[in-house]
Design a binder for this molecule. Structure first.
Ligand code: CA
Length: 222
């Protein structure tokens, strides 16, 4: 899943980007509030990690702008220990959760997974559809009970298709959800990953909608 980190502290921003990448997220990182607003207008992030004390435009102003535009993506606010008022204001301005610095990377990732899951209408931590079970925390996929080894991109693509089951996603939309800035997208990358997923899981799991994109269908209602 692709997330945006907004943090002006270089050491912390760098650590966040590296740590989240290692946990399977695609991460864009900006260091001021205006750049954050700009990125949020352009890219389809699954979640936003937002420091409140920022140059240019404050975190609270970024948040207020985001919600005024009607963007519903989950927001996790990072605050200093001594600023209860900031946290209250953050939650009241549309943040979904907060963490107090310094925090543990594992906890941050767990909170992000929970926020992303809830924002797509999933209550259960494990995604399950058509015999496929995807566990984001364990980074594990099973098909009909058997563990299947997937590359990081295959895993991310499957997760996006499962979270958005029933919706057709174009190749461009999928690329935008999988790749951060500066990451090289191999030509036909999405087609290749879909091909591998079909081979490793099931040939008819992912439907090609000619000229439009790909779809993981919702199960038929019983
Ligand atoms: Ca700051």
């Amino acid at each position: 899943m692709r997330v945006l980190v907004v943090e002006d502290d270089r050491l912390l921003g760098d650590a966040l980007q590296a740590g989240l990448k290692q946990l399977g997220f695609s991460v864009d990182w900006v260091q001021d509030g205006l750049a954050a607003t700009h990125a949020l207008a352009l890219e389809p992030y699954a979640a936003l990690i937002l420091d409140l004390g920022l140059p240019g435009r404050s975190g609270l102003a970024v948040l207020a702008h985001l919600r005024r535009r009607g963007q519903a993506l989950p927001v996790l606010v990072l605050t200093a220990r001594d600023t209860v008022q900031d946290r209250i204001q953050g939650l009241d301005s549309g943040a979904d959760d907060y963490l107090i610095k310094p925090f543990d990377m594992g906890e941050l990732a767990a909170r992000l997974r929970a926020l992303i899951r809830r924002s797509s209408g999933q209550a259960a931590p494990v995604l399950a559809l058509h015999g496929v079970r995807l566990d984001p925390a364990a980074h594990e996929v099973r098909y009909q009970g058997q563990v299947v080894a997937l590359s990081a991109r295959e895993f991310a693509l499957l997760q996006v298709l499962m979270l958005e089951a029933g919706h057709v996603l174009s190749r461009t939309q999928l690329e935008e959800r999988l790749y951060a800035w500066g990451e090289e997208i191999e030509s036909n990358a999405v087609e290749v990953h879909v091909h591998h997923l079909r081979r490793k899981l099931s040939a008819d799991l992912i439907v090609t909608v000619r000229g439009v994109g790909y779809l993981l269908p919702h199960p038929e209602p019983a």
